[in-house]
Design a protein around this ligand. Structure first.
Ligand code: 1GP
Length: 255
């Protein structure tokens, strides 16, 4: 039975640590040994949750990869799906996204209709999320695969209108996405504008590589930061530890 436990944990993390750090693993792009080592180290490095997903699956047995990641960590493992084919009972939850910045019905509702019965059958927790793609300087996989146009990075008012629509449609969160490996992450000015305009928590990611960039996004009003690409080559997890520390802007409360 899904009781909203994972989403409530997100909110608790935000409350207690000032912001949450989510590690994104793309099992299709990284070799198994590396991503399992990363999953194993994640909790000790300060990661709050692990997202698993890929926008274009070529090689992986996705379900088996999620299962192995789950066995390697005590953290919640959440599917960040590129398509309904990435739904598996091996995870704890799924970001049940709709690509609201696009106008392609396949990613607005069609994938969701195919996926909903699978999510119900698996019993994993769906977290309804308005997924907004923001222009990032170069064509990203998600933009190409979804065949959708990103929101111009200089138009915060357009981002605000989309985010408010997500709130009024009953979604629980918005994801402001520049795309994996983006040249430029989502601008802090746009995050601030959206955060001032809506009540939902904001998750942001895409092209974040430095601790100060992550901290600036939390300062601007994001609740959760997602980093993937840059951590695929971080042998001693030094950068990972620095990134999580930058996102956790609040001192832990010792009781
Ligand atoms: C992509 O926002 C995530 O969906 C993370 O992006 O891989 O660039 O960190 P990176």
């Amino acid at each position: 039975m899904n009781d909203g436990a994972v989403f409530n944990r997100f909110l608790r993390v935000r409350e207690e640590r000032g912001g949450g750090f989510f590690l994104l693993i793309d099992p299709d792009r990284t070799d198994e040994r590396s991503f399992l080592a990363l999953a194993e180290a994640a909790a000790d490095c300060g990661v709050d949750a692990i997202l698993v997903g890929t926008s274009f699956m070529l090689n992986t047995n996705f379900s088996s990869a999620v299962g192995k990641i789950k066995e390697s960590t005590t953290l919640p493992v959440i599917i960040f799906p590129g398509s309904f084919a990435q739904i598996t009972p091996a995870a704890d939850a799924i970001l049940f996204t709709s690509l609201i910045s696009g106008r392609n019905p396949a990613y607005l509702i069609e994938e969701q209709v195919k996926g909903a019965p699978l999510v119900k059958r698996t019993g994993i927790e769906p977290i309804p999320t308005g997924y907004m793609l923001i222009e990032s300087g170069r064509l990203t996989s998600v933009q190409y695969i979804s065949g959708s146009m990103p929101i111009p990075r200089t138009k915060p008012d357009i981002a605000c209108a989309h985010a408010l629509a997500a709130q009024y449609l009953g979604m629980k969160m918005v994801y402001m996405e520049a795309g994996s490996g983006a040249e430029q992450p989502v601008p802090t000015t746009m995050i601030k504008a959206v955060s001032d305009y809506i009540d939902l928590p904001i998750m942001t990611g895409g092209g974040l590589t430095r601790p100060e960039e992550c901290a600036a996004r939390i300062d601007a009003g994001a609740s959760f930061v997602v980093v993937g690409n840059r951590l695929e080559n971080d042998p001693k997890f030094r950068l990972l530890t620095e990134l999580t520390a930058a996102v956790h802007t609040r001192e832990p409360i010792n009781v």
